[in-house]
Design a protein around this ligand. Structure first.
Ligand SMILES: Cc1cc2nc3c(=O)[nH]c(=O)nc-3n(C[C@H](O)[C@H](O)[C@H](O)COP(=O)(O)O)c2cc1C
Length: 153
C-alpha cells in the first residue's frame, strides 16, 4: 500500500480547511488503497518522511515565506533523511492574502535540496477560502494519491 504524508500548518484554519479537503480527496473511493498520514508541521518528524511515498505540504504565506512551523519541520528533518529518500513526489497548498508566490518560491527552493520532485501544479488560494478552493484542494489530494497508487509518479 502506498503512503501519502500531508504536513500542514495553520493559524486561523484557512490552510487547515484546504489540507482537510485534500485529505478527503486522497481518501475518496475513486482512489485505491493509499494510507494517509495527516500531521501538523510541529508534530511531523523525519520518520514520517521516511515512511512516505508522496508528500503534500500545506502552509499559509507568512511575511513572504512559508510559515515558520513548516520551515522548522524542513530544518529539523533534513539531515535525518538526507540520502535516504528517493526524490519524493510532492505538491503544495498555500493560503495567502496575496498571490502566495513568496511561500511557493521558498518551498520550491528547499524542495530541490531534499530532494522532493513537484508532480502537480500547486494550489494557491488567495483570500477567503471558497468552495472552489476546497473543490480544487480535494481534487489535488485525489490526483496525488491516485498517481501514487498507480505508480505514475
Ligand atoms: C504573521 C502573518 C504574516 C502574513 N504574511 C503574509 C504575506 O506575506 N503575504 C500574504 O499574502 N499573506 C500574508 N498573511 C496572511 C495569511 O497568509 C492568510 O491570512 C492565510 O489565509 C492564513 O492562513 P491560516 O488561516 O492557515 O493561518 C500573513 C498572516 C500572518 C498572521
Amino acid at each position: 500500500m502506498k503512503h501519502l504524508l500531508i504536513v500542514y500548518h495553520t493559524q486561523t484554519d484557512n490552510t487547515g480547511k484546504l489540507a482537510r479537503a485534500a485529505r478527503e480527496g486522497a481518501r475518496s473511493d475513486l482512489v485505491g488503497a493509499v494510507e494517509v498520514r495527516f500531521l501538523k508541521a510541529a508534530r511531523a518528524a523525519a520518520e514520517d518522511l521516511l515512511w512516505a511515498d508522496g508528500l503534500l505540504l500545506a502552509t499559509p504565506e507568512n511575511f513572504g515565506y512559508m510559515s515558520g512551523a513548516m520551515k522548522d519541520f524542513l530544518d529539523r528533518t533534513f539531515y535525518q533523511v538526507e540520502g535516504k529518500i528517493l526524490p519524493l513526489p510532492y505538491t503544495v497548498l498555500i493560503s495567502a492574502g496575496n498571490d502566495g508566490s513568496g511561500a511557493l518560491r521558498s518551498i520550491r527552493r528547499i524542495a530541490g535540496g531534499y530532494p522532493f520532485t513537484e508532480v502537480q501544479e500547486p494550489l494557491v488560494a488567495q483570500g477567503e477560502i471558497t468552495q472552489s478552493h476546497l473543490d480544487r484542494a480535494e481534487e489535488l489530494g485525489a490526483t496525488l494519491a491516485a498517481g501514487l497508487e498507480a505508480g505514475v509518479f
